[in-house]
Ligand binder design. Structure first.
Ligand SMILES: [Zn+2]
Ligand SMILES: [Zn+2]
Length: 245
């Protein structure tokens, strides 16, 4: 772990001591050591009915192993994507607090949700595996002060023991203008946004992102990784946006 990582993990432990688990949504005591009560946990929009390839939320009665129309038309570069939640209330609020107000207790809860979800088991237990948080553009990182995907990846790495790889891929273009673009325009906008700095030694890479909207960012990152020789890619995200968002 680098100094910065060590510093952050010390802060995380401090946060846990100073603030015992309390539901971030209603203020009741936390359940199972989480910053969420049992009731609010039950009400979370878990992404249980989803495309078997890209994790796009599908209607609740959709059977398992269904692949959405978009994936049938064009297979993504990654092999599988799993998302714990559907990106809607109150998940939107929880993630925005983390992103824009740098609330470390939110990072703790969201990281735990990612780690305890069945997504980890579904990813498999390859020995040759690593976690790669989606990199932010440098200027954006400076503005925000931290990368929320790294915070989630750190929690996942702690839980699974899978090593987290940083500084292997760089985001060389600011693609913040993605918001408001449709899927096709997003694909075009993101093309060429990532560059490999150093090759990855592992064959199975788990890309971690907080929110996957259309999937064009993780798909472009996967394209670059596969081109660099990565054999298998699983995308793990905390939340996936429904089609109309
Ligand atoms: Zn609650
Ligand atoms: Zn799909």
């Amino acid at each position: 772990m680098d100094i910065k990582g060590l510093f952050k993990s010390v802060i995380h432990s401090g946060v846990k001591l100073l603030y015992p688990p309390r539901c971030l949504l209603c203020g009741s005591s936390g359940h199972d050591g989480m910053d969420l009560c049992g009731h609010c946990y039950q009400l979370l929009p878990f992404n249980n009915a989803a495309c078997a390839t890209c994790a796009l939320p599908l209607p609740p009665d959709t059977p398992e192993n269904i692949v959405c129309g978009r994936c049938q038309k064009k297979t993504p570069y990654y092999d599988k994507a799993f998302s714990v939640l559907s990106y809607q209330y109150p998940v939107v609020w929880l993630i925005q607090q983390l992103k824009f107000n740098e609330k470390l207790v939110h990072a703790r809860l969201l990281g735990e949700l990612l780690a305890v979800s069945g997504c980890v088991e579904k990813t498999g237990s390859d020995e040759d595996i690593c976690i790669l948080p989606v990199p932010l553009f440098k200027k954006r990182l400076r503005q925000r002060g931290f990368n929320q995907s790294i915070e989630l990846a750190r929690a996942l790495s702690k839980k699974t023991g899978w090593p987290m790889e940083l500084n292997r891929v760089e985001r060389i273009r600011d693609t913040s203008a993605q918001t408001g673009l449709d899927a096709k325009a997003r694909r075009k906008n993101i093309r060429g946004a990532f560059e490999m700095l150093k090759p990855l030694l592992q064959k199975h890479v788990v890309i971690v992102d907080d929110v996957v909207t259309t999937g064009s960012t993780v798909n472009e990152l996967s394209r670059v990784l596969k081109k660099a020789g990565v054999e298998k890619i699983t995308v793990l995200s905390l939340a996936r946006a429904p089609l109309n968002k």
